[in-house]
Each structure stands twice: as C-alpha cells, then as structure tokens.
Design a binder for this molecule. Structure first.
Ligand code: SF4
Ligand code: ZN
Length: 737
C-alpha cells in the first residue's frame, strides 16, 4: 500500500478532527449546551454516529462524546519511509474523519438552518441547490429500492468534471445503470451538480442525481443514508458496527468517484469509505491502494479516464448489472421515471385534455400478429413543430399460449411506467385519459413515436416471459383512427369494469393490494375489493387477481380481509395489518366506505377526487379531465397536488369514475346520495348508471339533481339550486357528526 495516501489520509484525519473541535467549541460559546441539533425529520439522530456507536446525539452537548471518540481513533502520525503493514491505522483515521464530518454538518445546520432545502428536489429558481440529508420519508421511499434491487447501489461523486459535457456523460452512464448518484464537494469552486444544471439535466432524488452539498463534509450524508437503510430494512441494530459495515460491503454496491485534486480532506473521506467496502476511483494521479483486503477488489484506483470511469467503477466494486439494451436513441431505465417535462422543456404533447390519447391492450391469435412489428399510422414527430399537439392511440396486441383476456388490463397498466422510463418523455394517466409529454432534449436525440412501440415490445417480453410470445404495436395519430380506437376501448373498459358489477365485498374473503404507485407515493397502498376498484380506474378486483396469478411476488398481493371491524365504514382487521406493513408503518388503518373518517390513501393517478362540501351537507367529485374551478375552492390539479402523495386525508378521497356508482361508494357517509356537484361531462358520462344507482337508493332521476359548473362553482352558488330541486342531501344527517 502506498505510504503517501496513508499519510495524506491520516493528516486529513488530524486536520478535520481539530477543525471540528474548534467549531464545536465556538458553537458551545454561542449557544446553550442543551440546544437541539440534528438532521431534521429522522428517527436516526446523526445516523453514522448512531448506527456505528449507538450514541444518540440530540443536543450540542451530545456532540462532545462522539468527537472525543473520533479523536481517540486517530492513529499515531506516520514517520519515516516505512510501508504500512496494515490498513488499520488508515481505516481508523478515515472513520475519525467521517465522524468529524457528520458533526461538522450538524453544527452547520445549527448555524445556518436554511443552508439545505431538505426536500427531494432542489428549488433552482430560488437558488436552493443543495438538499442536504434525506429525511425519513425519503429514506422509506428510496431506501427500499436499495434493498429490493431496483437500485443496485450508488456512485458518490465528489468534486467536478473538467466541463459540463463530461459530467453529463459520466452521470448519465450511472443513471442508465439505475444507480443513484450522490454528489458532494467542489473542485476549485466547481461542482458536478452545477455542471449537470449547466448541461440542462434535472437533479434531485426524482432523477437519482442527489445534490447533497457543496463541501466534502456533505459526502457523509451518503454514508448516513446507507446506514439508515441497513437499520430500517436490513434489521441491523444501532451500535453493531461490525454487522453494519459488513451489510454495506455485501449489500450496498457503492463507490466514490473523486473528480479533481485529492487533498488531505478528500483522502480522509476516501479512507473512511474503505471501512464500508466502498472503493474510490480518481481521475487524477494520486498514489493508489491496489492490494485488496476490505473492499471487494482494489481500494483506491487513480488516473482513470472519464470515458471509462463508469465501467471501471462498476468492475472494481464487483457490481453485476443487467442492462438489456433497448434500441432507442434515448436513455432508458427506472432512473428516468420521476423526471418531469416542464413547460420550457416541452416540444409537443398528446392527450392531457388537449387531444385524445388512449391506450388499449388486446389479446390476439398467434397467427394474426407479427412479433416486434411497430407501425405508426399518421403523422410522426418529424411532422410536428415545437408546441404542436397530436392525438394518439396506443394499440398493443399480444399473443401467447398462456395469455388470457383477463391479463389485458394488467399489461395496459404497465404502459404508464414503461413510457416514463424513456429519458425525456413523461407519461401521466391511463386508459382514455393518458397524456404524453415529449421534451426538446428527446427530440434532439432523435426520438420518434415508434420508440414507444420498441420499448413496449421489449419490456413486455422481458417482464412477462411466461405469458407473452408475440407483441405487435400500432400507434395511431390521425384523429379519426384515434376516435375509433377510443370508442372501442371505452366499450372494453366498460366490459372489464362490469365484470365485478354483480360481486359484493361480502362475497369474497380475499381482497388484493396494489402497490404499483409506491414509486411516486411511498406510503400509498390501494386495497382493491369487488366494490372498490383501484382509484386509477385501471385495476379492479378481477384484474388484481389475474395480476397475482401472473406474478405471485408482484405488486398485487392477496389480503385475507379477516374480522370485520366496522361494517358501515368498511374496516377489516386483515387489511389493517397488511397496510401497516406495506406502508412501512406510515398508515395504521383506513376505511373502505368513508371519505370523512380515515379514508383510503390517495396517489396522483386517481381518476377523480371527492371533497366534502360542508355547507351543502354533501360532497362533490371532480375528474382529471375537468380543468375548471370547483365548489371545494380547488381545481383538480390542486386537489391532486395536496392529496396525491399517498396520505389519508379526511374529507377527501381519490377514486375511480366507475367507483362512484358502485354500491359501497362512501356508504359510511351516506353513499351516492351525498353527491351534490360533478362536472357536467362526468355526469353525462355516468348518466344512466347514476340514475340506476339513485333509484336503488330510492331517488328517481338522481343525475338531474346533481349540480354542475353550469349551475355554479361555489357552495353559495349551488345551494339555492339544490334546495329548489329537493336534493336528498338537504335532508340527510349532518355530514360531520
Ligand atoms: Fe394500483 Fe392503486 Fe396505483 Fe391503480 S392507483 S395502479 S390500483 S396502486
Ligand atoms: Zn397512482
């Protein structure tokens, strides 16, 4: 091992510990020793210190002990030219440096509470680039990806590349491999994050490029995140440092890329990371630590060129990644799922209320379709100018010996995340309310609509090998064709929906969960029963059952409903138990048939959102396709923004269109007869079903008693009309007891 690196790291250890001792001293002179310190909303204190030593830092005073501990770890200074026989002193110095860095960050957050924005994404316009340590909400949502393998690990990048293009090349390479990229430190004032922004990339947890902070000390947030994941999901106990470090070495595939000159402060951080089994690869000429011991292969590798730093890092860390190349000009993978296409980036769009955009998957006979055939019928991207819209019909035909018509809705629901996986393309919604937004960046790379077909073909084969033999995709962009497909699709949706029409919740012992939407809304768990279809409208009880058959370990799990705890509100013992686990403790219980008391959780893709209208003694609902104001005082988009993160929000609930006329719809709050307002178009769409269900509840022509935007868009405006019509809600028990 190189004496020089060890020398630099040990020197760095002394330097950082002394510096932080000074900072703590000053803080203790400025603030009371009992002043609270910490990383915000977390149950893990200062996580590196807590996980490795069990020390719970809550106050300024509490910082003294771990800092003394760090001081004690510092090995004697190196003298002479002897080669070090062991890694030991180097590792200890590294650990001392890491502890000191974590304390330094705690002091920083005390002195300057607004330094970090402490949320998933930075606020670039407000100049808030650095997100700081992730809170426990982010940990729950993202940490689980490290455990279930959807994110194989992370690349910690410290410093900056020589220019923005190089930074972009390196970081996109990691994104394509589904790694998270944790960024910290600067090189001569330049940061990789600023370079990403200069290159027009989106940064934040949503694109997996995490701007932790501008100094090397912020790199400690990456280690803190890894250790918290090990405690939260790996069952490692705080203080069990041996197990903690082994867990990371064996399970978290992480490494450091040092871009820029490695001084003593970076060297000690790199040495610290070796304790975790995380090697460092540098683009500069620093002495290497090649022999192996702690890390899987080498510990520090120098002089790696930018072209090969990604490949080399993955190799040195011993990481196996299955990248199945999908032949499209844009990058593809789950790292791009959360990326948005905002106004300024938008080239063109399909659907979203501007044009019709419809998706339909149908089973086909083996001989009727040709595998991998993708056809665009009508204008394609080349015929569009910036700002244009096109109608779009995505028609997928699947043949397979094991394929059944029951599987159609399941395949159709995949279209959403698969299109989102394409870099620069955003997909929202499902069925006949889909919305595709295409960015200028994707156009520059050469994206065309055909690529959507290429992706669907490849991924359906890959992810559903068992049931899929042939996939053919047709993309329609002529209005007539799209309208025809839409009409046909609506009839199909209706047939699918009605398959559960005669079933009741009492009929079955098993409900199904759906956790497809957890990637966007971490605490969200849909439970789908015969009389409560999924709030996206795309999954009913039958669909979940079929999905479980195809993929027994997938997102739709059977739930034994168990003891009925409340037949009126719809509370079930088995469901409560399940959701506690599935939401990782965020949600204890919810009611199937109430929006007033502990309603089910809501995610952003619900078809409709219902809201209480207290002065009307009723409720309203609004669908995604209605853009105007509503009597709740909020538009659909605002409601979805407030409610759609996976929370249970009393007084509001997300639901499907079809659910409105299912028998159990908010039955605990009085049922459908509470409905006093709906957008006109939705009322017309459901007209016959509303009247049928109304009649069953004893009110003829009920649809005509529901106000809409032509009557008014405030409670005051619609109230006299409801009274005049004699709406049944006027005489019901008060909505809030
Ligand atoms: Fe599943 Fe619910 Fe998301 Fe629909 S809204 S995909 S049912 S989690
Ligand atoms: Zn959703």
């Amino acid at each position: 091992m190189s004496r020089l690196v060890a020398f630099a790291a040990i020197q760095g250890g002394y330097k950082v510990v002394s510096q932080v001792e000074g900072e703590l001293e000053r803080a203790l002179q400025t603030y009371d020793a009992s002043t609270k310190v910490g990383f915000g909303n977390t149950a893990y204190y200062l996580p590196v210190i807590y996980s490795l030593t069990g020390m719970k830092v809550e106050t300024l005073e509490d910082l003294k002990k771990p800092l003394e501990f760090a001081r004690g770890l510092l090995p004697p200074h190196l003298k002479g030219a002897n080669h070090l026989p062991y890694l030991g002193p180097l590792l200890d110095a590294g650990m001392a440096g890491i502890f000191a860095y974590e304390i330094k960050e705690a002091i920083r957050m005390l002195n300057d509470p607004d330094f970090y924005i402490l949320q998933e994404d930075p606020d670039i316009d407000a100049g808030k680039i650095w997100v700081g340590p992730a809170d426990d909400t982010i940990l729950r949502k993202r940490g689980v990806e490290f455990v279930d393998g959807s994110a194989p690990g992370f690349a910690a990048i410290v410093g900056a590349a020589p220019d923005a293009e190089t930074a972009k090349m390196i970081i996109e390479d990691y994104q394509k491999k589904s790694l998270y990229i944790f960024c910290a430190a600067n090189h001569n004032g330049k940061t990789a994050i600023q370079q990403c922004l200069d290159a027009g990339m989106q940064v934040g947890w949503n694109t997996r490029i995490v701007p932790f902070g501008p100094d090397i000390s912020s790199a400690v947030f990456a280690l803190g995140f890894a250790n918290r994941a090990a405690m939260a999901f790996g069952g490692v106990q705080p203080g069990d440092y041996r197990k903690m470090l082994m867990y990371n070495k064996n399970r978290i595939f992480a490494f450091v890329n040092a871009l820029g000159d490695v001084g003593t402060e970076w060297a000690v951080a790199a040495a610290g990371c070796v304790n975790w089994g995380f090697p460092t690869l540098a683009d500069t000429d620093i002495p290497e630590i090649l022999p192996t011991g702690i890390c899987t292969y080498e510990h520090v590798v120098a002089n790696v060129s930018h072209d090969e730093i990604c490949q080399k890092s993955v190799e040195v860390r011993g990481l196996k990644i299955n990248v199945t190349e999908i032949d499209i000009p844009c990058a593809f993978g789950p790292a791009f799922e959360g990326e948005r296409v905002r106004g300024g980036d938008l080239f063109g769009q399909m659907g979203g209320g501007k044009t019709q955009c419809t998706e339909l998957v149908k089973m086909a006979e083996m001989n009727d379709i040709e595998d991998a055939k993708v056809e665009v019928i009508g204008p394609d991207i080349g015929d569009m100018k910036e700002g244009d819209t096109l109608p779009l019909g995505i028609y997928v035909q699947i043949a397979g010996r094991e394929f059944q018509p029951d599987f159609e809705p399941i395949m159709e629901r995949q279209i959403h995340h698969l299109i989102n996986y394409i870099q620069g393309i955003m997909h929202i919604g499902q069925r006949d309310i889909s919305w595709v937004r295409i960015s200028k960046a994707a156009i520059e790379k050469g994206f065309t609509l055909k690529d959507i077909g290429v992706v669907l073909h490849a991924k359906f084969h890959q992810d559903f090998q068992k049931i899929v033999d042939k996939v053919q995709i047709t993309l329609f962009t002529n209005k007539d064709d799209v309208d025809k497909l839409t009409e046909r699709a609506r009839a199909e949706y209706k047939t699918r929906d009605e398959r559960v029409d005669t079933m009741t919740d009492e009929d079955v012992e098993t409900f199904y969960s759906c956790s497809l939407c957890q990637s966007f809304a971490p605490s969200h768990v849909c439970t789908v029963s015969p009389e409560r279809t999924g709030l996206c409208g795309a999954y009913n009880w039958m669909d979940c059952k079929a999905s479980f058959e195809i993929n027994p370990t997938g997102p739709n799990q059977p739930i034994q409903k168990g003891k009925v705890l409340d037949p009126v509100l719809g509370r079930f013992e088995g469901v409560d138990e399940f959701i506690k686990g599935a939401s990782k403790g965020a949600i204890d219980t919810y009611n199937f048939y109430s929006m007033v008391q502990a309603p089910m959780t809501t995610c952003g893709c619900c078809e409709c959102i219902a809201a209480m209208l207290p002065s009307c003694n009723g409720i309203m609902t609004v669908g995604r396709d209605y853009a105007g104001e509503t009597p709740s005082g909020m538009k659909f988009t605002t409601l979805a923004g407030v409610m759609g993160g996976g929370a249970s929000s009393p007084g509001f609930v997300g639901h499907s269109k079809f659910n409105i006329t299912q028998k159990k719809f908010i039955l605990g709050d009085g049922g459908l007869l509470r409905m006093v307002w709906m957008p006109k178009a939705l009322k017309e769409e459901l007209y016959d079903r509303l009247n049928k269900r109304g009649a069953e509840m004893g009110v003829e022509n009920f649809a005509d008693l529901i106000a809409d935007e032509t009557v008014g868009i405030t409670e005051e405006e619609i109230m006299p009309w409801l009274q005049e019509k004699g709406h049944p809600a006027m005489n019901m028990d008060p909505l809030i007891g």
